[in-house]
Design a protein around this ligand. Sequence first.
Ligand code: FAD
Length: 551
Amino acid sequence: MNVLVLGDQLTTQVGPLADATPGEDRVVLVESSGFARRKRYHPHKLVLVFAAMRHFRDRLRDRGFDVDYHRVDSFETGFREYLREHPDEDLATMRSASHGSGEALVETFSTARDAVAEDDIADATADPSARLLVRENETFLCSPSEFDDWAGGDDGEMPESFRHETFYRWMRERTGVLVDDGDPVGGEWNFDDENREFPRPEETFPEPPDHGVRDDPVVREVADWVAQEFETWPNVDDGDVIVDGEEGEGETPGDGAGLAPFRWPVTREGALAELAAFVSERLPAFGPYQDAMVERSWHLNHSLLSPAVNLGLLSSRECIDAAVDAYEDPDAPAVDVASVEGFVRQLLGWREFVRHVYRHRMPEMTEANELDATEDLPELYWSGDTDMACMASAVGHVRERGYAHHIERLMLLSNFATTYGADPQELNRWFHLGFVDAYHWVTTPNVVGMGTFASPALSTKPYVSSANYVGKMSDHCANCAYDPDETVGEDACPFNALYWDFLAEHEDRLRSNHRMGLVYSHVDRKRENDDLAAVRERASEIRELGASGDL
Ligand code: FAD
């Protein structure tokens, strides 16, 4: 059977390709550039996806497969090309995790088949009969039916909202990862409380290797093409910059910062090297500083694996196994249980969990706006130009590499947009354009569910904070033009007024949440002291400054 490999399923480990035989079964890839023309994606995202697909094609050819690689403007064109050449040969593929894409692909295939059939009448050849057969996505560790059996419980009824902690524990038990005789290794299922340290100034963060990816001819070829063909964000479209650029070309990150040199692995070998470097050099200190943000490191000890895992170059199971092996290896650098559990939780828990919550909450997630937030995203998200040191840094990281680590995404980029009242769907689009690891199935639940509370399916309360959190978990406030201890006045950190204003604005919706009782006692105090009106006025001013690009 011929196999269609989608661009985010570049793996031979699972799916129809795992069953295919070189020399017998044909492999088809469709490199559709149309999506890249419709929106201004980050150029590193485009280079990553297209270069990874072309490398995968070459790898399969080296293994003896006949590979049809269609470079076209749309899937329909690619399917027409295929059907003209192989009118009667069925194609098997795996469903993408993004909502409705399997059905959309089948429809596109049948439109292409009809079009080829019409052409064929003129050509007087036989009608094509090939079908596109879509099977379940096997790149995840928990299938839809397994999740639904778990979530539905005894009566099979799906709950209103899903709880990560119980899902994660169930995943640990059923996979046996970090489980010893039924008990969690280290005595706890979750060591999150130990993962909130702030690094001392002398703490260093090993720079991840770039695996020579910029000397790779395929990367260079794609980077040139991307620079010539596509309008990208953040308006830097010179191929030399993508491959050879100097890091952080603006004066400060976010202040017109240029692209950093492209560094994302585009092959399985590169992805395995990324994993090995993380496990040996950064995993030992991954846990404690997982929630921290420091000016001197753009990644801290995060794994940087999401681009490769989301493309299929690595399976999440092999990443988990590599981390657990390092923890168990007496000869490897010591990895404490909080670090390995923290990493396992992200892949075995959160990654799987958001995929299924998304599955259950689509299509409404694409319109969800629980808090009726309608402001335009402030200009600084696009320009990177702001006096807020923390936001300049986080937006700068996105502009430079299409990456920011989890806490920057959650507690800076989403927190600010949420308290500012920005439309969550616009924020979702912004994340899609800017991040190298963005795909609808993973970005949407994270932004709409976790980051903004636009859909309460995924968290029981919004992740919002004042400057207090930023001051505790980062070193940005020390170099900031704004004062983190002030709430009103033109020097006051915008996070403060926005936070209190947000709580006041959404009091009817949030006060009854038992997890927010303490916070609302502070709101009451502000109200009693007649402070709230000035705070809310300052919040309005901040929105005006945000809209005019003067924050
Ligand atoms: P690490 O911190 O090293 O974590 C290890 C791995 O765990 C990641 O590579 C990733 O595969 C997985 N993981 C961790 N958290 C999550 C999560 N919440 N959801 C899914 N997988 C997770 N992740 C994406 O892959 N694509 C996105 O577009 C994306 N958008 C996000 C937007 C927001 C607002 C938030 C709050 C989170 C988003 N995440 C997204 C989740 C998470 O932030 C990234 O997976 C992580 O930062 C990637 O960096 P890393 O590989 O260094 O991760």
